[in-house]
Ligand binder design. Structure first.
Ligand code: ZN
Ligand code: FE
Length: 239
């Protein structure tokens, strides 16, 4: 399995998961159709599935055009079936989805939205976290509660440490300023920032991050209780 990171809109990432044996692919959170179509056409990809983490326009904006062009099937959370455009396959919390060589377990992780899910491709140990967990940050709480978001992050913390995490946006460097302000003695964080800058300077991305990095550097994952977490989330909203 190969992962191709595709930059979309201002700072979004869509991800193509490609089975190199037959060029079948899934796309995770297609923000817009064009950059994805470009890559697909150039590389002879057969887009079989469209996977959405949540219903926001910058994660589902490509659903309709891609489905129409490639006859792909759209996958999303059951309880969000009325807000995910063109949905075909509705998945529930803890359900395993398998098709062709693709195999993922779905987890309901509310907070950013009430219907947010993540996809764990456990054979490759890859996790797509959408707008719930960012590298060095977490999503804004739009629809859910602080306590839901805190529990969702706690669930993510329980994955294997070497899990590769692909997030919905390139916010890492911006997020790092906030982490550094409230966790200024964290040497792992300083190292992480150097490596992120290095990647970005080369025109690369800060994806994937690893759970291990996030556990030691991400101030939201380091929050021990809901009070600390909520306070930090409020501070970040006004940062
Ligand atoms: Zn969102
Ligand atoms: Fe987003």
């Amino acid at each position: 399995m190969k992962i191709k990171i595709i930059k979309c809109l201002q700072d979004n990432y869509s991800y193509l998961l490609i089975d190199e044996e037959n060029n079948y692919a899934c796309v995770v959170d297609p923000s817009e159709p064009k950059p994805i179509i470009n890559y697909i056409e150039k590389n002879n990809i057969k887009l079989k599935f469209i996977l959405n983490t949540h219903h926001h326009f910058d994660h589902v904006g490509g659903n309709k055009d891609l489905k129409k062009k490639y006859n792909s099937q759209v996958i999303g959370f059951k309880k969000d079936k009325n807000r995910i455009p063109e949905i075909d396959i509705c998945l529930d919390n803890n359900e395993i989805w398998k098709n062709e060589k693709f195999e993922a377990k779905i987890y309901h992780i509310p907070g950013h939205t009430t219907g947010h899910i993540c996809y764990h491709f456990y054979n490759q140990n890859i996790l797509f976290t959408g707008d719930t967990l960012f590298s060095l940050g977490c999503g804004r709480i739009f629809e859910g509660t602080y306590s839901q978001m805190f529990s969702s992050l706690k669930l993510i913390k329980s994955f294997p440490k070497n899990t590769k995490i692909y997030c919905g946006h390139e916010y890492t460097l911006k997020n790092s300023d906030f982490c550094l302000k409230y966790d200024s003695n964290n040497s792992a964080l300083k190292e992480k920032i150097l490596s992120v800058k290095n990647y970005l300077n080369k025109g690369l991305t800060s994806m994937p991050t690893t759970l291990e990095d996030e556990l030691s550097c991400n101030i939201f994952l380091k929050s021990k209780d809901i009070e600390t977490f909520s306070k930090l989330r409020d501070l970040k909203d006004n940062f």
